[in-house]
Design a protein around this ligand. Structure first.
Ligand SMILES: C[S@@+](CC[C@H](N)C(=O)[O-])C[C@H]1O[C@@H](n2cnc3c(N)ncnc32)[C@H](O)[C@@H]1O
Length: 301
């Protein structure tokens, strides 16, 4: 259902996103998503004279049947052209009459990037936002979320991104997930990504800066926190003592926090980010231990 102009204005003023789609008219239509792998399969079938191809047009969430010929292909009664150029690190979506890269530039270049696992990752100014080399970003999110034992809890998901940590919280039985995402282009990507959860029900997604919003949250109002910020070098405010003090304030006593930091010394030149994070969290009133590629902390005071 399209939002009225008034509703859109209200949602914008409130900073809230409805179903990941507050710019209703600007949201891309749901349609086929193409990767180089799928495009090559369609082309190869056309060259070989094969008429029907089973493939995925939703980043491997499902498979479907596509009719192919020398000029293009047909899916669900609609014709689509082959691309002149199809890059391997790009995902293309159907924008009414042509395929376009799933990328946007408002304040930074934000793009969906395919992975070998199906669920895509995304990049902001060339910086990849999930580990994808050895694990699917979806499975990685589930591992992080397991550490905070989501069942029945109200969870603060500080950095929403594509919503994989939020999806893992919901899958793990969270009572409520409060997600924040400050980059509107990331929210736009969520609308395209079939692996991103819709907001509504137990998931609330706010288009807002968590550094500002956390100041408005009541004391001891969440049971657990999942903090998955961009790397320290580009989002230092999300690693600051002042922010950790706020995390401690909004988290209930004995509540758990998992803070993704990346592997020690790997992403940053010489800084021991995980241990610096653990030290600051202890100062904020947590017990904190390094755990995998992050810090697992429990609020004590
Ligand atoms: C590593 S990604 C998070 C990935 C996410 N957990 C997921 O499941 O896809 C970090 C995200 O934090 C967002 N971000 C950065 N600073 C923020 C802030 N101050 N408030 C809210 N979101 C922020 C970035 O735009 C980016 O989408």
């Amino acid at each position: 259902m399209a939002l009225s102009a008034q509703q859109v204005e209200q949602y914008q003023q409130d900073g809230y996103v409805c179903g990941g789609r507050f710019h209703d008219t600007e949201q891309p239509m749901k349609g086929p998503l193409l990767t180089q792998k799928v495009h090559e399969a369609l082309r190869a079938a056309a060259s070989a004279g094969v008429q029907t191809v089973e493939c995925s047009l939703d980043l491997e969430r499902s498979t479907t049947s596509v009719e192919v010929d020398a000029e293009g292909w047909t899916w669900q009664g609609r014709r689509y052209p082959f691309l002149e150029s199809c890059k391997d690190r790009t995902i293309y979506y159907w924008a009414e009459d042509a395929f376009q890269p799933a990328a946007r530039f408002t304040t930074s270049l934000t793009k969906l990037v395919p992975t070998a696992w199906g669920p895509p990752t995304f990049e902001i100014d060339g910086i990849k936002m999930h580990p994808t080399e050895h694990v699917s970003p979806y499975a990685d999110a589930e591992r992080k979320v397991d550490l905070i034992q989501p069942r029945g809890k109200v969870i603060l998901d500080t950095c929403g991104g594509l919503g994989y940590t939020a999806a893992a919280c919901l899958k793990g039985g969270a009572k409520q997930v409060l997600s924040y995402e400050k980059n509107e282009d990331v929210i736009w990507l969520r609308g395209l990504n079939p692996w991103s959860p819709e907001s509504g029900g137990a998931l609330t997604l706010a288009h807002a800066d968590i550094v500002e919003q956390i100041l408005t949250m009541p004391d001891a109002s969440v049971d657990a926190v999942l903090h998955d910020p961009p790397r320290f070098g580009i989002a230092g405010e999300l690693y600051s003592q002042a922010f950790y003090d706020q995390l401690a304030r909004v988290l209930k006593r004995r509540g758990r926090l998992f803070h993704y930091t990346g592997t020690p010394n790997k992403l940053t030149s010489g800084r021991d980010v995980p241990n610096e994070v653990a030290k600051r969290l202890r100062r904020a009133g947590f017990t904190a231990e390094l755990n995998g590629d992050g810090v697992l902390a429990t609020r004590t005071q």
